[in-house]
Design a binder for this molecule. Structure first.
Ligand SMILES: Nc1nc2c(ncn2[C@@H]2O[C@H](COP(=O)(O)OP(=O)(O)O)[C@@H](O)[C@H]2O)c(=O)[nH]1
Ligand SMILES: [Mg+2]
Length: 305
């Protein structure tokens, strides 16, 4: 990695357009309502969401209406407001003796890949990781998770295609305990015959885990595809209604021009973003950093966009 963080690199496309527009907008002239309106439009185009866009333009209006504003001042204020809108990331402590993480999300969001990357990361920390092949709906899903288990050195519990995913989670939990694992990552399906089925299946996994210990799962991470932009917000709300989430993983930030949506997601739901996926490789998962994100979207350096 170069001078810039992976998050900064991942936000390149999202940042470029926004930077260009901000530079044109704030050239040191006095701030007018028209400029604020233009700003709102730019921010909405950058997928930050209507709520956050209005919040940012309001902050600028309060501070500077009628006064000369250059790009540096505007940027600093936008960054400050964005920072306040993002929930403080909290790294949950690992539960002892076995930390259980349930990973959910729609098909193709990046659940299985994220689990593979997490397994690698945790293994590198010296943790003993067990994977549960809870996506029993697709044959390829079980094989894919096995591949990640091999690559990360994790154990895996799998049943056959079409079996009960809650039973897989239950068995994996017990196997993890028996084998002295300290981390269990549970993969799940992203699509069943219909959405009600999926939510029921996920709820059942939670219920069955809780029979072992009411504190389970310690983390429930919803994986969302960063390129989904605004639609991710509706997706998150819909999952959160049925399955209480503890945090988000935003994948495919690399290559997406919709990185601004991270702000909308965090703002609308108050859920911490725990991890960010920045590529398909095993090491392409980084902890979310509010500062890196805000600097990546509203860079201090003028020339670099
Ligand atoms: N570029 C990029 N691709 C990703 C990322 N995360 C996952 N993918 C790709 O997205 C596709 C779907 O991922 P998968 O883990 O199978 O999704 P699942 O259906 O939610 O389990 C795969 O081709 C992954 O390689 C990411 O952060 N960046
Ligand atoms: Mg999968």
């Amino acid at each position: 990695m170069g001078v810039f963080s992976a998050i900064h690199e991942g936000l390149k496309k999202s940042r470029d357009a926004l930077s260009r527009e901000l530079r044109q907008m704030f050239g040191g002239e006095r701030l007018t309502e028209e400029m604020l309106e233009e700003l709102e439009e730019s921010l909405i185009r950058a997928d930050v969401g209507v709520g956050p866009a209005l919040k940012m333009s309001d902050a600028l209006r309060d501070r500077a209406l009628g006064r000369p504003v250059d790009r540096k001042t505007a940027r600093a204020l936008l960054a400050e407001v964005a920072m306040e809108m993002l929930p403080e990331p909290s790294e949950p402590a690992f539960a002892e003796p076995l930390h259980v993480v349930l990973v959910i999300g729609v098909n193709g969001a990046g659940k299985t890949t994220t689990i593979g990357k997490l397994a690698r990361r945790y293994a590198a920390m010296g943790r003993k990781v067990m994977l549960a092949a809870g996506d029993t709906f697709r044959a390829a899903a079980i094989e894919q998770l096995e591949e990640w288990a091999k690559r990360s050195g994790a154990d895996i519990v799998k049943h056959h295609l079409g079996s009960d995913s809650a039973a897989v989670a239950f068995d994996a939990y017990n196997a993890a305990k028996a084998r002295g694992c300290d981390t269990l990552l549970v993969d799940t399906a992203g699509r069943l015959h219909n959405k009600a089925n999926l939510m029921e299946e996920l709820a059942k996994i939670v219920r069955v885990l809780r029979r072992n210990d009411p504190a389970l799962p310690h983390e429930t991470l919803l994986v969302v595809d960063g390129a989904t932009g605004q639609n991710a917000v509706a997706q998150i709300k819909s999952f959160n209604r049925d399955i209480p989430l503890t945090g988000l993983v935003v994948t495919k930030l690399d290559g997406s021009a919709r990185g601004g949506a991270v702000l909308a997601m965090a703002h609308e739901l108050g859920l911490p973003i725990r991890w960010v996926g920045v590529g398909e490789g095993i090491d392409d998962l980084v902890p979310f950093s509010r500062k890196e994100y805000v600097d990546g979207l509203f860079p201090e350096e003028d020339g670099e966009a």
